[in-house]
Design a protein. Structure first.
Length: 237
């Protein structure tokens, strides 16, 4: 719908250290979607995690009121079920690449706040949250809070779908709204999937369609992993 090829990502831009007071942060822009991701290292772990010698990683996700054009009410006093589901997803995916024994008795909190939403906010949040996490880990190592290798791998995420019978990578809002199938993929740099969410919005999809979407997703995630790597390697400004 925006002139790109069906196997092409929307323009991606990652700005590191977007929030100077956070241990790690970035602004990630994927097409018209913009998400601020921060990582904060704090002493202590949840009560159920105490005395285990292991640290913890948790995530929160939210959409700012004007992120969708028409004002979205803040979920004051009442949990936003969609937001809760997405933040659990972000935490689950990022925990898949963390060595908790290397952050003993510490919690890393990942906060993802959507400035503008044009499809793929959860996948952009995962991709950006990894950058914020990696930047925070570098800070924690430099100031002595961490000593070993905290991250066991690298992870990014992208959306794919079937639109008008054709597999499309990285759906914008208009494409997502028209999609017969909507799928989100999170994959490590080693090519292993951490999470796959796929739903038919119309007719059921075939195994061939699934394999096509997985191939597209792998292609897109490899590009996102390369973009992450460049940003993580940059020194803190």
């Amino acid at each position: 719908m925006d002139g790109r090829r069906a196997n092409e990502l929307r323009p991606v831009n990652i700005i590191p250290d977007f929030v100077g007071t956070a241990d790690g942060s970035c602004l990630i822009e994927v097409g018209g979607t913009r998400v601020i991701c921060t990582a904060s290292i704090t002493p202590g772990v949840p009560t159920w995690r105490e005395a285990s010698g292991l640290g913890w990683v948790t995530a929160e996700y939210g959409m700012l009121p004007a992120s969708t054009g028409r004002r979205k009410k803040r979920p004051l006093g009442k949990p936003d079920s969609r937001g809760v589901e997405i933040q659990r997803l972000i935490g689950r995916v990022l925990r898949g690449v963390v060595r908790f024994n290397q952050i003993a008795d510490m919690t890393i909190s990942l906060d993802c706040d959507v400035l503008e939403a044009d499809g793929g906010t959860r996948t952009a949040a995962i991709t950006g949250a990894y950058v914020a996490l990696a930047r925070a880990v570098n800070v924690g190592r430099s100031d002595g809070r961490f000593s070993g290798t905290v991250l066991s791998g690298q992870v990014a995420a992208v959306s794919v779908g079937m639109v008008d019978g054709r597999a499309v990578l990285d759906l914008c809002y208009a494409e997502d709204s028209a999609a017969e199938v909507d799928m989100n993929l999170a994959m490590t740099a080693s090519g292993k999937f951490v999470d796959i969410q796929g739903t038919s919005e119309g007719a059921p999809f075939s195994g061939d369609d699934l394999q096509t979407m997985l191939r597209l997703g792998r292609r897109g995630i490899r590009e996102l992993l390369a973009a992450q790597k460049k940003i993580i390697a940059k020194g803190r400004s």
